[in-house]
Design a binder for this molecule. Structure first.
Ligand code: AMP
Ligand code: MG
Ligand code: MG
Length: 312
């Protein structure tokens, strides 16, 4: 049997299952793009899109995870109505090889009913529809006690422009424990590379970026993708002084970044809460620093008017 036994701590089992399920969701996302029928609908506004890939990936993740962990609360980005049809979308993680993830002692006895899983089945939907496929990620974030404690970021299109190389990669981490799936790299010294949104900019977003005097700004899609840039040493800090990001965008990236030694808070330095009744929206923005960077120094440089503009 490849799924870890019941004596393995819940967080380890859940994370291992989430890795297999995220990989399966990635296959669904690629399959829908291959067929080309994206079924795009607008959600809150013209830049806030949902495709059949978002819906099908969410069906797969939510139904598969809830079958394995029926007492956990799972909150997915896409509305339940659009994702009702679950036929053919349950994936059995025991059919995939499982990871043996060591659980840090402070998480060893978390009960299933105290876990909240925040799911972004496809982060970077605008970019997916525009063919910027390497911006797309699948995010599964595990929270307990209101904190992000473990997570998975899967990039279904990693290497898609390098034929012959393995397509896709998946990184995972547990706060206070292991990180796996790719090597962690420090960003270059003597530079300050900021990453931020490419499709949700504003004058406040830009004022926050200018305040840290970057040597380069990478405007790319997706919260998951931007945190990947921090993990692989391609950017020093992710700054987003705007209320548009949601808990499912930040839970998994935050857990992995913190497991790797980095930090993710709101733009004022306040921890983002992930308990079951937390508001979905991260109203006070996002600031994420790579391992080895001074989060405090970035926070101190963000202008007061930017912080005042973002109200909880
Ligand atoms: P971005 O960095 O613009 O790709 O945004 C990261 C995540 O936050 C994506 O899931 C976006 O859909 C979401 N997001 C950011 N700003 C907004 C907004 N103004 N409206 C809706 N979603 C947003
Ligand atoms: Mg998203
Ligand atoms: Mg999404």
């Amino acid at each position: 049997m490849s799924v870890a036994s019941q004596s393995t701590p819940l967080i380890s089992r859940m994370l291992s299952c989430s890795v297999s399920i995220a990989n399966q969701a990635g296959k669904i996302i690629r399959e829908i793009m291959r067929h080309g029928e994206l079924g795009i609908v607008e959600k809150e506004h013209a830049k806030d899109l949902q495709t059949e890939a978002d819906r099908a990936a969410q069906r797969c993740i939510v139904t598969s995870l809830s079958k394995q962990f029926p007492k956990a609360t799972i909150i997915g980005e896409e509305g339940e109505d659009e994702c009702k049809d679950t036929s053919g979308h349950v994936f059995d993680p025991s059919t995939a090889s499982s990871l043996h993830i060591t659980c840090p002692s402070h998480l060893a006895s978390v009960p299933e009913e105290e876990v909240v899983v925040w799911v972004d089945p496809l982060d970077g939907t605008a970019e997916y529809t525009q063919g910027l496929l390497d911006h797309v990620t699948v995010l599964i974030g595990i929270a307990t006690g209101g904190k992000a404690v473990a997570g998975v970021i899967h990039q279904p299109y990693y290497n898609y422009q390098n034929p012959g190389s393995e397509l896709g990669r998946t990184v995972w981490g547990v706060v206070g424990g292991e990180v796996g799936g790719m090597p962690m790299v420090s960003p270059p010294e003597g530079k300050l590379i900021v990453t931020t949104t490419r499709s949700h900019s504003s004058s406040t977003v830009n004022d926050a970026i200018t305040s840290v005097s970057p040597t380069e700004v990478l405007r790319v899609g997706g919260a998951g993708h931007k945190v990947m840039l921090l993990l692989e040493g391609r950017a020093h800090v992710y700054i987003f002084a705007s209320p548009g990001c949601k808990k499912w965008d930040t839970c998994a990236p935050q857990a992995i970044l913190e497991a790797a030694g980095g930090t993710l808070t709101d733009i004022k330095g306040i921890p983002i809460p992930y308990h079951v009744s937390a508001p979905h929206r991260n109203s006070t923005g996002v600031l994420a620093s790579a391992a080895g960077q001074s989060h405090e120094t970035f926070l101190n440089k963000i202008p007061q008017h930017v912080k005042d503009n973002l109200k909880a």
